[in-house]
Design a protein around this ligand. Structure first.
Ligand SMILES: Cc1cc2nc3c(=O)[nH]c(=O)nc-3n(C[C@H](O)[C@H](O)[C@H](O)COP(=O)(O)OP(=O)(O)OC[C@H]3O[C@@H](n4cnc5c(N)ncnc54)[C@H](O)[C@@H]3O)c2cc1C
Length: 413
């Protein structure tokens, strides 16, 4: 088995972590991406290893707020009209996942990943010697009103605590002690002491890629056109050539939906676009990521500036950047900082999002030589290392460290 040649399609943070894990297990690995490593969604994230993210988004309370949020131009949530038909299967599955038993099932599944994710991260960071890109300073989540804070304390935060998240509730004085350069816009907040963040998501991907090639891995820059899975091999057709692999892992982020369609598997995966603005905040500084949770934005101190990240725009992956979203985010950041920062750059990219907030990880039963690892939504950086480990266990045909049933590609059938 270790002589097998594995093709990993997609060199985002999930594909890179998967390729590295397979390589470490002794496989010959070829990584294929149409772009340079780490230039998809993995380029632009907020940089958090979000240990606190242990509850799915699927709540009837969120569904009830949808009409109001969609009408509010300053809400983080928006839908592009021409994307509505593509959202229908997602919306139906989202609705079904809101029922109590499915919601609890999703919570247990997220917790099962979170329980062992930090260990997998440490192993990958130490293998690739990238610890210098990660900071362990915790993270702050703030609320502007006492009402919002109280409702989170009795709801979402309580639920996270029951899920095993390490968190401390903070009053305004304690927040000021942690981040004195923030403006006084908050009524209270939460501190997650175990959250880590990277100061450069793209540099992390590049260093993963470098380690991979320095240890014999091959990276091809080409677009996967089709996939043919047979009894003895998987053929991957690129622009001008066809490669044969013993096994293939699909890690093509939001584009995985089309690739799986070629294999007859339908996944209600959608493009949930997020924005970031790199900011120069002048003489002010932040020590750790700070979220304004009512507005769903984060400010993360990174190499070369502070990254303002957020927004959930359901739109085609190649739709133009909507400047109005970026402007709204900047207005919120100005409130958080007490003065307008300078914009260095603006970016938009697509989170590969599933309706039940769970990634798709594991084997494809009808195509035993194809494995899948995509759909990580808001948590691709957080779960990348663990995903690589789980996929390696699947390729080795071993019992997996986490029960992969909740993450199966056929759960929406
Ligand atoms: C604004 C924002 C903030 C975020 N913040 C966080 C955060 O703080 N923490 C966190 O954990 N997650 C966060 N996320 C989510 C995270 O970035 C994603 O879940 C993650 O990057 C997905 O990684 P991926 O490797 O699956 O996809 P991608 O990074 O998109 O990689 C997929 C790759 O596949 C390649 N590809 C696609 N189709 C083909 C083809 N046909 N042929 C060849 N190559 C192909 C693409 O070029 C791409 O490089 C955030 C996302 C956004 C947008």
């Amino acid at each position: 088995m270790p002589n097998s040649h594995i093709g990993v399609l997609g060199a985002g943070v999930v594909g890179l972590a998967t390729a590295l894990s397979l390589q470490k297990a002794g496989y010959k690995v070829t990584l294929i991406d149409k772009e340079a490593p780490g230039m998809g969604a993995s380029f632009g994230n907020a940089g958090l290893f979000a240990d606190y993210a242990r509850v799915p988004f699927t709540k009837f309370s969120i569904m009830r707020k949808l009409p109001e949020m969609l009408l509010d131009k300053t809400s983080p949530l928006s839908v592009k009209g021409n994307y509505l038909p593509s959202l229908m299967p997602y919306g139906w599955e989202f609705f079904k996942a809101c029922f109590r038993d499915r919601y609890e099932y999703g919570k247990a599944a997220l917790k099962s990943l979170q329980n062992i994710s930090p260990q997998a991260d440490q192993e990958l960071l130490s293998l690739t010697q990238t610890q210098d890109l990660v900071r362990s300073k915790g993270c702050l989540g703030l609320f502007a009103t006492e009402e919002g804070f109280a409702s989170a304390r009795n709801g979402d935060l309580q639920e996270r605590r029951e899920q095993g998240t390490n968190l401390e509730l903070l009053n305004p004085r304690q927040i000021r002690d942690l981040e004195p350069d923030l403006a006084d816009f908050y009524a209270g907040g939460v501190f997650y002491p175990d959250t880590r963040f990277t100061v450069s998501p793209v540099e992390l991907s590049r260093r993963y890629a470098r380690h991979f090639t320095e240890h014999g891995g091959v990276i091809l820059c080409d677009k996967v056109q089709t996939l043919l899975s047979g009894a003895r091999e998987v053929k991957v057709r690129l622009s001008d050539s066809t490669l044969k692999f013993d096994q293939v892992v699909v890690c093509t982020g939001v584009f995985s939906k089309e690739i799986l369609q070629l294999l007859g598997v339908r996944i209600p995966l959608v493009s949930e676009r997020g924005y970031h603005l790199m900011l120069n905040i002048g003489t002010k500084s932040l020590t750790r990521p700070v979220g304004w949770l009512d507005k769903a934005i984060f400010l993360t101190p990174m190499a070369g500036g502070v990254r303002l990240a957020g927004s959930a725009e359901f739109a085609f992956a190649d739709a133009p950047l909507n400047q109005a979203h970026a402007n709204t985010m900047l207005t919120h950041a100005t409130t958080m900082l007490g003065r307008a920062p300078q914009i260095q750059s603006t970016w938009v990219g697509s989170r590969p999002s599933t309706p039940d907030s769970l990634p798709v990880i594991g084997k494809l039963l009808r195509h035993p030589r194809v494995k899948v690892a995509f759909g990580h939504g808001h948590l691709g950086l957080t779960f990348a290392a663990l995903t690589g480990k789980l996929i390696t266990e699947c390729v080795q045909d071993k019992a997996t460290s986490v029960d992969l049933q909740p993450f199966s590609a056929t759960r929406f059938d």
